[in-house]
Design a protein around this ligand. Structure first.
Ligand code: HEC
Ligand code: HEC
Length: 252
């Protein structure tokens, strides 16, 4: 090949590349693209990602099976409702293990992200709640509770699984055992409202029925409130301390 024709071939090739470059413009490895490499945390608006990053550790992967209440339980979602879900996610539960998530309350999520979470929970998990015409109890109790009546209602609705006084049960033939729900250290971790929520919504994946119960009659709102009052009466002033009645030794 002659030098001149080689040069012109090379020139044409180069010109073609230069001409086509702005058209095809594939990403050149190593060079940063036009947008940010990683999405900024406040711009994440995907429900699954937000739920997995912020809530799954306590409320369970896919909304159930964690130590805190199942958020994917349609009974829970119908009972709590949109306003409560938004309020608790925003502000948390003071003095308990539920953190405040909205930036206005010191958390890391924007109001828009809290909305994505609330709408996502209701859309993904809130469907198909059929209570066969039965009215679901209100989120907050409407009357004060009576611990003595609560003990009787506990005997009817709860003792078969949790023991006469809520002390729990050792392993049965199937190997299932239940811990105490009246242990002061446990009660210190949980609010009265959360106890109410467990009674209304149950723990379906673990075999605890909801307020309609395994017995033939569902619990009344008053019975639920009374049971919470009875369990709450087991709270102590110094939970977890071996010598609650000992006064503090004065410092030298
Ligand atoms: C560190 C553990 C933890 C994380 C993380 C967490 N929660 Fe909670 N959450 C709890 C606990 C514990 C409670 C019960 C608090 C109480 O005693 O009232 C709770 C309560 C709630 C309640 C109210 C339950 C009721 O009884 O009505 C809602 C709603 C809720 N969490 C939503 C969320 C959402 C949404 C996220 C993620 C943005 C989240 N939580 C992350 C531990 C957590
Ligand atoms: C059919 C058996 C059954 C009945 C009836 C039952 N429970 Fe439970 N309950 C369970 C099981 C199983 C768990 C799950 C234990 C676990 O989380 O390891 C549970 C968990 C709980 C918890 C602990 C939730 C937590 O993990 O913090 C509370 C509180 C509770 N039940 C209260 C009650 C009350 C009050 C009643 C009566 C209104 C009741 N239960 C009726 C089986 C039952």
């Amino acid at each position: 090949m002659k030098l001149s024709s080689y040069c012109s071939t090379a020139l044409i090739a180069m010109a073609t590349v230069l001409l086509l470059a702005p058209l095809g413009c594939a990403h050149i490895p190593g060079l940063p693209g036009p947008g940010p490499e990683v999405v900024r945390p406040e711009q994440v608006l995907d429900f699954q990602t937000l739920y997995k990053t912020n809530c799954a550790a306590c409320h369970g992967v896919n909304g159930s099976g964690g130590p805190a209440i199942a958020l994917s339980n349609p009974v829970y979602l119908a009972y709590a409702g949109e306003a409560t879900l938004r309020d608790v996610t925003t502000k948390g539960v003071p003095h308990k293990l539920m953190p405040a998530f909205a930036s206005c309350s010191g958390g890391t999520l924007t109001a828009q992200q809290v909305n994505v979470l609330v709408n996502g929970m209701l859309q993904h998990w809130g469907k198909h709640a059929d209570f066969a015409g039965q009215a679901i109890p209100t989120y907050r109790p409407t009357q004060p509770g009576d611990p003595e009546r609560g003990q009787q209602a506990f005997a009817t609705f709860c003792a078969s699984c949790h023991g006469t006084n809520g002390e729990g049960k050792s392993a049965n033939s199937a190997g299932n055992s239940l811990g105490s729900i009246v242990d002061p250290a446990y009660l210190d971790l949980i609010s009265d409202q959360a106890l109410r929520s467990f009674i209304v919504a149950g723990r379906p994946t673990q075999g605890m029925p909801d307020w309609r119960s395994d017995s033939t009659v569902p619990m009344t709102d008053q019975q639920i409130t009374d049971i919470v009052a009875w369990i709450a009466s087991k709270r102590t002033r110094n939970p977890g301390q071996p010598y609650p009645s000992q006064p503090h030794a004065s410092l030298p």
